[in-house]
Design a protein around this ligand. Sequence first.
Ligand code: SF4
Ligand code: SF4
Length: 471
Amino acid sequence: MGAVPWFCGANQHSFKTVNPGTAPDAPGDSPDLLHTINNLKRVPFGTVPTMAETSCPAKKQTLLSPWRRRSQWSATLLLLLTPWFRIDGNSLLRIDIPALTLHFFGQLLRIEELYLVLIFSLILTMGFLLMTMVLGRIWCGWLCPQTTLTDLAEWMATRLGLRGLKHSRKKLLGQKLALQLSFLLLALLVSANLLWYFITPQLFFAQLFSGQLHFSAWIFLLVFTAVIYSDLALVRRLLCRDFCPYGRFQTSLSDQTTLTLHLPESERERCIECNSCVRVCPMEIDIRQGYQIECINCGRCLDACRQVMSNRNQPGLIGYSFGTTGHGAKALLNPRTLLLSLATLVLLIILMFAIYYRPAASLKVSVSHTAASRILNDGNQATFFNAWINNRSREQATYRLKARQTGTNIRLTLKGQTDQIELEAGENSRVDFVLVTPAPENQLGVEFILMDRNGVELAIAEAYIKELQGY
Ligand code: SF4
Ligand code: SF4
């Protein structure tokens, strides 16, 4: 085997040579997973094909492209359909801005509980980093909505005969207009889909057809439609190549264990220089030159090479490999990957505990800013309070408020609607009440307790009553 080009972490545009004797080029060196992927459509080397294979060999092969398309469409469908799903009447995933609540897989998280979402976001980020370290830019090639939209835009252009074919000017104009209209409709669908993560699709269509869609929703729709239309019509792969922050960021995560496509040195002599692998590459790179940061691991070059070589009854030359160190998937057992996996797992456990032990209700209490405290005829002090109660459960609940002052025998009396407080699932409601106490000297600390109908304490809030001056 010859020298295998590889990239180094500090400068991804430069290459270095690793021990040529350890490159996993021989089939026996590949781990099971890679062996399976790399041989999905491989025509056994040296076998004598039958007439059917000779006349149409490409049809005998299993390509990666259908699997990539399935993966892209599954991710797209998931994004499209998620806003339509509900758990116990609540959206699966939606930000309710007026209620400052996040609908999160059956849980209703108020803004004060966003630490849970932060932990979840951190887990997602770390999982994403881990995926990039192990599988490179597989997200870009196989799942990213931007790639799917670009593929769709290119497919539309091909279907309308606007890619690679010459037409009369008049015919071309009509096709171009049809293409731009398709882009506009697609952009409108995508921006509406984004909006459904804030307004339920059912409410969106009801308001749209009754002419009651809020102007902020219209602005959202128009702005995002314009942005996505520009992306489809003008930007496309340029975003992946030059602007996407993830694409830039992943270069510092890839190392000599990351999954990449490459043409092994041992196979170079079989290359017939047909350039098929270069022509199909959406990122316009030549994988024969070694790994390049623009590569999105889509596998098109691998398919192209397999098809070309199958016509010669030979296996393709390009393959996936976890780096070129010859350790295969075992190369993943390195401190960086293991530490990140462990940290992700720990965060996941913390999140599960935080959700499991999350209180069923929350209580916030503060002295009213609109109703002034006063001294009553009997010498007691009346202090006006506002309480905010949030029912975090998925069921309607009835609550009761109680006041207590630990360590003293001071009599505390609550007046107002502090009993039989009924809240729907997820509802956040304000309750106004009055606390009557002996007039304090300086200030008095009081605890307010929120209880369910069985007297179980659910939440506690503290407040201070101040001595009134001038009485
Ligand atoms: S080099 Fe191959 S895997 Fe990488 S982007 Fe181009 S076609 Fe896709
Ligand atoms: S498709 Fe295969 S044979 Fe053709 S140029 Fe690329 S690597 Fe060589």
